[in-house]
Design a protein around this ligand. Structure first.
Ligand code: ATP
Ligand code: MG
Length: 559
């Protein structure tokens, strides 16, 4: 685990400490936080950290948390994203109640305040191109240069700004900028852009606006309108805080929220950037936003990851003020921990090898009892059918096994889980020399899996009846990137060509025929699996949520 576990173990972190201190000092009657996604993509597990923090603080301190869409850039925003974000926040287990807001609800007020800034000589219309503005901004070591339009009079500014709003000018022809200080050591204060011209259809306001506020201008004022007490965001906004405060100081806003920054979540083998995730979808490197290989909430859900595991993961990593990278193994640990507790056990054979039990009477079969959960007797038992023809896992047989291979081999006896001891008598091969069938015998005295004479076997294997088991497709997911620190700028170079493995000849227990996409099961010795929504009537599809660690060692020990 990482060094970040410490704050979580105490249940406290520096932001919760600030909130507690503010309440103790009676600076606020109650706490109001917000989660402010831009609806330009699906939420990912990094967002889950922000969601759990904002909604978690509101819950713990008896306050409320708003869901506010930062819908200020209609060029990239869509209703589909607005809908998916609400679905995902709810699925994660959080509730905004009546507090659903949109920055676009405030467009009128934000516009009025922009006119106030112009009247106060604190904003001006700049006719320079985006490129000219960029070039004049200076660098970390060099001051910027004043725009030739910086000293326009109030009346001219008001007139031009109103005409920008009325849609008289083309995209990019002009912007409204704050008049702060082109020599500021903080580049964010070098006359930042407040409004740009954009003729586009907005999901909520349609064509009503031809100008849209920048993030910096909209965000703090939206917080102030909603009475947010603690505006919690990620570290990259630390340098924006002076600007956040500048607007709130200059404008007649109803409250003055405080901004606090925390470290964003980074995960090994994962890219958490909406730009990259959008390109993965658009470039068809994955099947969509909810592809189970995606680190999106929708992808994790489709993969079978329970929301409880995500919340537990977020709790464990804690909240800190220094950026770090969390091992994706920690997320996997949390997923296994929850599923080990909650998932019922079943058997599935992913790569079947036929077994014929030569001394089992033809045309006969029997029902054996299988346990649904080893640690939870209340989960009950189910029947599995044993007969003359079975399937076992192809990997569980080796014709010429190395020393440490304890599973089936010619002449060797193993236990079939819940059933009998069987001994391999012969491997039948096809013309190319591939083993296509095993001829075995069983010991009728070992029914239920124990020998009355106390003799031991070194392996217990899962199996299915050939006739009664159901064909299924199983999808195994591997990391999307081969590089533990994928390069966001050139991510296609780090894509894993084997991130998806499709096993189309798998077999599952008949009890799984009506499984739903909500019930994750453990296929014994294989891992955790969930039915995919792609499943067809005649052939179910199962996603592997995650494999079992050290499954082989563990099963041998249990055997
Ligand atoms: P990305 O950086 O992936 O494009 P974003 O920051 O542009 O995401 P927003 O919709 O603006 O996406 O994010 C909403 C909130 O989620 C913001 O407060 C942002 O700080 C937070 N957030 C985004 N990514 C992470 C992350 N990796 N870890 C923690 N919080 C995050
Ligand atoms: Mg953002």
């Amino acid at each position: 685990m990482t060094a970040e576990t410490t704050p979580a173990e105490t249940g406290r972190d520096f932001i919760r400490d600030i909130v507690q201190a503010d309440l103790d000092a009676k600076r606020h009657a109650s706490i109001v936080t917000r989660f402010p996604p831009e609806p330009n993509g699906y939420l990912h597990i990094g967002h889950a950290k922000s969601i759990a923090l904002n909604f978690g603080i509101a819950q713990e301190f008896g306050g409320r948390c708003h869901l506010r869409f930062d819908d200020t850039n209609p060029a990239k925003e869509e209703q589909e994203y607005i809908d998916s974000i609400q679905r995902d926040v709810r699925w994660l287990g959080f509730d905004w109640g009546d507090n659903l807001f949109y920055a676009s609800d405030y467009f009128e007020r934000l516009y009025g305040w922009a006119e106030d800034l112009i009247r106060a000589g604190l904003a001006y219309v700049d006719d320079q191109s985006q490129e000219e503005i960029r070039l004049a901004r200076g660098t970390l070591t060099e001051p910027g240069r004043n725009s030739p339009f910086r000293d326009r009079g109030v009346e001219e500014n008001l007139d031009l700004f109103r005409r920008m709003k009325a849609g008289e000018f083309a995209n990019g022809a002009r912007v409204l900028r704050a008049k702060i200080d082109m020599a500021s050591g903080n580049i964010n204060l070098r006359d930042p852009v407040l409004y740009r011209i954009l003729h586009a259809e907005h999901p909520r306001t349609g064509r009503a606006w031809s100008i849209y506020p920048s993030y910096d201008y909209a965000h703090g004022q939206s917080d102030a309108i909603e009475g947010i007490t603690h505006s919690i965001c990620t570290l990259e906004f630390e340098d924006h805080r002076p600007l956040y405060d500048w607007f709130l100081d200059k404008l007649p806003v109803p409250s003055h929220p405080r901004q606090y920054e925390f470290a964003r979540l980074n995960l090994t083998y994962t890219l958490l950037s909406k730009r990259v995730l959008t390109e993965l979808v658009r470039g068809q490197h994955v099947g969509g936003w909810d592809d189970p290989r995606m680190p999106t909430i929708a992808g994790l859900r489709r993969r079978g990851v329970p929301p409880e595991a995500i919340r537990e993961f977020i709790r464990r990593i804690g909240v800190a003020k220094a950026n770090s990278v969390v091992d994706v193994g920690m997320l996997e640990f949390c997923i296994r921990e929850v599923l080990n507790r909650t998932a019922q056990r079943r058997m599935a054979v992913l790569r079947p090898l036929k077994v014929v039990i030569e001394n089992y009477p033809e045309g006969q079969s029997e029902e054996l009892e299988a346990v649904n959960h080893p640690d939870d007797p209340a989960a009950g038992t189910r029947k599995v059918t044993f007969g003359r023809e079975l399937y076992i896992e192809r990997d569980d047989f080796m014709e010429d096994p190395p020393k440490k291979f304890f599973r089936l081999a010619p002449g060797r006896e193993v236990r079939l889980r819940y059933a009998y001891f069987i001994t391999c008598r012969q491997a039948v091969k096809d013309a190319s020399g591939e083993v296509i069938e095993l001829r075995c015998t069983y010991d009728p005295a070992t029914r239920g899996g124990n020998a009355p004479d106390g003799r031991k076997v070194k392996a217990t294997m899962h199996w299915l009846p050939a006739a009664e088991s159901i064909p299924a497709e199983v999808r195994i997911y591997n990391p999307l990137f081969t590089n533990p620190a994928p390069d966001a700028a050139n991510f296609t170079a780090d894509l894993n060509p084997d991130s998806l493995e499709v096993l189309s000849d798998a077999r599952i227990e008949p009890t799984m025929a009506n499984a739903t996409a909500d019930d994750v099961v453990q296929f014994e010795r294989q891992g955790y699996f969930v039915r995919d929504r792609d499943s067809m009537q005649d052939k179910p599809v199962f996603n592997r949520t995650i494999g079992l660690r050290d499954s082989f060692v563990k099963d041998v020990a249990k055997g």
